[in-house]
Design a protein. Structure first.
Length: 872
RNA sequence: GGGCGAUUAGCUCAGCUGGUUAGAGCGCUGGUCUCACAUACCAGAGGUCACCCGUUCGAUUCGGGUAUCGCCCACCA
């Protein structure tokens, strides 16, 4: 390499131009385009489709860096790889966003109507949906863009229809009246997984329900007094001695004129509250079941908007749940029926998407019957055909699947796959793959399609095979399905992984993927969950902008160690940036020497012990990287590469090699060529951009590092490696003495090695020049006599003497050290004395107390001030 | 109420199946702008590996328990 080209090799790595150049190169040359007809073994992954609701965040960075590492390595290992991209329409998530946008115009979705709303939703999707796709390119992801899918596109839509109809035909889909989680704001049913429970400080109200004759009665405890207006019974446990005499009697429901029975049911706990529970079958899942068992009426007293219905006394009609609660409590109090109020903490279900308190409502919905689907889905994990990593997640999955309940799949939303069910005037229900034109029963043509759409996860569940063309037996499907790997956050194991597994087994008869890696949850610096809505956390785009993609990816891999979570903040990415810079500069050093050098690895007999040592370390690194990637312990991979490249290759071997390079020695050039070639290859999956750039700068050959084959261990002999280890120890020992004794950097001392090990003596003599440079000594002599005024460093098989007499004032330095030792002893004694002095401890305690009291005062004053402000 | 994870240096974290002086990065101290890199180099300080009991020749590592923190699941009105 000429002087001129070195001037184009700046001493600091600048990621921007490199990243832009190479991603375009890879994409334009079809490096990511899979060929299903290839005879090579296949390796495939489908992307966890990002929602079209936003832009790249930390979760995406993880979900996509890790698969990209696998894809790139497999490609280099000779596999035909496919990584299939796409996005998810994210039903309720997107709909809520669009509604928020409309709200700014002062409109609701009902003002626009279904058609216009959908037009706006698609508009929104076009605008924001592709943002994330661009950003995945910036992350360097080797996605096959020619196979891009969207969960609402025709291919996916056909799969959804097919799946629904097949479930229906097998009797696994039914429509039924059940208590569902209802979001009054979104005006839709939700599945259990879309409800987030939040602890809330509330009260437990004890209400007296008098007997029909107006006397005595029964006291019930409730957290939701407003629902009493819909009570149709009071239940007690059949074993409960306190109530046995009254079971069957009638109570007068306060605030209404209705009479309700006292019934006995197993579901009632005797030791909660008063042991008597009000039963509201239309608004509580347990009460619903009690109601079924006892044939109770269901009074729907809260409507779809969360307001009181016409079934309650006029004064409450139209009130919100909260208003009604206050009114009911006030009225009960006025009538003397409120026995007592206790503070009570319980969890309240809220809508995962909009945060509104959910209302359990009895309502007609479509369900998937889970029991028959769960069985095979349990089996494949028990048998290890699908494996979760880290292993503990297998149990989490299995526990859920073993207790799974039927899946509510209908949503009263507009954005999504419309349920393929039509109702005819004649009462016929038609479930069909194609939109029917007439009723097969009465041949009438006034058919009405079900208004509802499917849960967004219904289509996601089909993703791994729907994207490959299922139900068609496409060539992609035959070649690339099932997929090999998936990685996600822990919190979609049930929503997504589980549903993909049973759907895939049901429809394709095969597992959807083999290995599932559940990655850590990323927390912010204070250990709080990262949340975009709260605006805290790390923005990967900012990181990429600031530190570069490779630095971002390397840091992510370095921290991903199969733990439950880890903390992340912007400065942590300096680790990756500094490492990238190190790699860059090391290449800068060797570039003029190894470009155009021999491509053959030298005969092992021509290598020195130093060469064997570094080759051995390289080989260990290859092994650790392979093992680490295969077991998804990404941090061990990044650590192995970091340690080897930085601390062995750069800190030691390059220093060993400099002199030999200057003399133009061919062997060291060839060794370095192969070490750098292999290192860049090992690094490439994690740091694709910088390695591609350096691959070309070092003229490693071919169109791309991606087309080179994955490195294997190089030939090395291990018998002389111990000599190198000892040499490093000796150099370190000499450096330590020099630093401790304040030997000026510029002065050199002789060193004398005393050893009975002939081979070691010979080796040290051979490497004299190297030792002289690295330890800053003037000569390496072999001898057994320790000169007076010399420092000594002792090892098991040798001693090293450093005559310091002529170089520094030994007595003075020793005196200094002695004084320091004395001084330290004095300090320690003083601390010990203070710590054993009760007076001191008492004073210290008082100081702390005083400080805390002052802080307390400060806070109290501020609190008062703020309170006043709030009141004003 | 059940399940799972964590507790290692000032901070954030590694540490596979038990084995000499327990590691890294950042931070700190001292010394270097040494001809790839100051986004660097050299040296150093700093840890009863939460606590208790057990298994073992030997435990940070395995088992049991305690404490603290965190996550997940669950219909307790």
């Amino acid at each position: 390499m000429s002087e001129d080209s070195l001037s184009n090799f700046p001493p600091r790595y600048d990621p921007k131009p490199v990243e832009e150049k190479w991603y375009r190169f890879w994409e334009e040359n079809g490096f990511f385009t899979a060929n299903p007809d290839s005879p090579k073994p296949k390796f495939s992954i489908v992307i966890p489709p990002p929602n079209v609701t936003g832009s790249l965040h930390m979760g995406h960075a993880l979900d996509n860096t890790l698969p990209d590492i696998l894809i790139r390595r497999k490609k280099m290992q000779g596999f035909e790889t496919l990584w299939l991209p796409g996005t998810d329409h994210a039903g309720i998530g997107t709909q809520v966003k669009v509604e928020q946008m409309l709200a700014k115009e002062g409109k609701s979705r009902f003002d626009l109507g279904r058609e216009e709303f959908l037009r706006r939703a698609w508009e929104w999707k076009e605008k924001y949906g592709n943002e994330i796709v661009k950003q995945l390119r910036r992350l360097g992801c080797g996605l096959d863009w020619s196979r891009f899918r969207f969960t609402l596109d025709e291919v996916c839509a056909r799969a959804v229809r097919e799946a629904f109809v097949r479930y229906y035909e097998r009797g696994l889909i039914y429509r039924g009246l059940r208590i569902v989680n209802w979001c009054p704001r979104c005006r839709t049913a939700l599945s259990d997984l879309e409800v987030k429970y939040q602890e809330e400080k509330s009260q437990l109200w004890y209400i007296r329900y008098p007997f029909a004759d107006g006397r005595d009665g029964v006291v019930v405890a409730t957290t939701r007094p407003e629902t009493m207006l819909g009570d149709t019974a009071v239940a007690v446990n059949p074993e409960d001695g306190r109530y046995q005499a009254v079971v069957g009697k009638m109570l007068r429901l306060p605030l209404t004129e209705r009479l309700i029975p006292i019934i006995a049911d197993e579901a009632v706990e005797m030791d909660f509250g008063t042991g008597a529970v009000k039963v509201t079958p239309a608004h509580d899942p347990v009460d619903f079941e009690i109601g079924e068992r006892h044939h109770l009426k269901r009074l729907k007293v809260i409507d779809d908007d969360g307001r009181m219905t016409a079934l309650v006394p006029a004064k409450y009609q139209g009130m919100s749940r909260e208003e009604c609660r206050r009114a009911v409590v006030d009225d009960l109090k006025a009538q003397g029926l409120l026995e007592k109020i206790e503070d009570y903490e319980h969890s309240v279900g809220t809508c995962d998407r909009c945060g509104t308190a959910i209302e359990p409502l009895a309502s007609e919905q479509w369900f998937v019957k889970m029991k028959p689907l769960a069985e095979p889905a349990i089996r494949v994990v028990e048998e290890g055909k699908v494996r979760f990593y880290p292993e503990r997640w297998n149990k989490v999955y299995l526990d859920w699947m073993r207790n799974v309940k039927d899946w509510c799949i209908s949503r009263q939303l507009w954005w999504g796959h419309r349920i393929p069910v039509w109702y005819c005037e004649c009462g016929k229900v038609i479930v069909a793959r194609q939109d029917p034109v007439e009723c097969p029963a009465c041949h009438g043509n006034s058919l009405r399609q079900d208004e509802d759409v499917l849960d967004t996860w219904f289509s996601s569940a089909l993703w791994p095979f729907a994207t490959m063309g299922w139900p068609e037996e496409t060539v992609d499907y035959r070649s690339f399905f099932p997929t090999d790997f998936l990685t996600t956050d822990p919190d979609i194991i049930f929503r997504w992984e589980a549903r993909m597994i049973f759907s895939s087994l049901e429809f394709t008869g095969r597992i959807p993927f083999v290995d599932v890696y559940i990655h850590s949850t990323v927390l912010d610096k204070n250990g709080a969950r990262m949340s975009r809505s709260k605006g805290v956390g790390v923005d990967p785009l900012e990181i990429i902008e600031h530190y570069g993609t490779d630095a971002c990816r390397f840091t992510i891999a370095y921290l991903e160690s199969q733990s439950q979570s880890y903390r992340l903040w912007n400065e942590r990415f300096e680790l990756g940036r500094n490492f990238a810079n190190k790699v860059w500069n090391a290449c800068r050093l060797v570039a003029p020497h190894i470009t155009g050098s021999s491509r053959d690895f030298p005969d092992p007999n021509a290598l020195t012990a130093l060469d064997h040592w570094i080759v051995m370390r390289f080989n260990e690194t290859v092994e650790r990287v392979d093992k680490g990637i295969d077991s998804y312990t990404f941090s061990t991979v990044a650590q192995a590469l970091y340690d080897f490249f930085w601390h062995d290759l750069c800190d030691w071997y390059l220093e060993f090699a400099k002199r030999r390079l200057k003399s133009g020695e061919e062997t060291v050039k060839a060794v370095l060529y192969h070490l750098f070639r292999g290192s860049l290859q090992l690094l490439h999956p994690i740091m694709p951009f910088i390695t591609e750039e350096l691959w070309h700068r070092l003229e490693m050959g071919g169109r791309s590092i991606l087309e080179s084959s994955w490195p294997r261990p190089l030939p090395a002999k291990l018998d002389k490696v111990r000599l190198v280890e000892r040499m490093r120890d000796v150099i370190g020992g000499i450096r330590q003495v020099r630093a401790e004794m304040r030997v000026p950097a510029k002065s050199t001392v002789e060193c004398i090695v005393n050893t009975g090990d002939g081979e070691l003596a010979k080796f040290f003599k051979e490497q004299e020049l190297l030792i002289r440079e690295l330890a800053k000594v003037s000569a390496v002599n072999i001898g057994a006599v320790r000169p007076s005024g010399s420092a000594v460093v002792v090892f098991s098989d040798c001693e090293v003497y450093l005559p310091l007499a002529g170089v520094i004032d030994v007595e003075k330095e020793l005196e200094r050290l002695r004084r320091e030792v004395e001084e330290l002893k004095r300090l320690i004694d003083e601390i010990d004395r203070r710590l054993s002095n009760p007076d001191f401890l008492e004073r210290a305690k008082n100081e702390v107390i005083e400080r805390e009291q002052m802080r307390r005062q400060e806070f109290a004053a501020r609190r008062e001030r703020l309170k006043k402000l709030l009141e004003a």
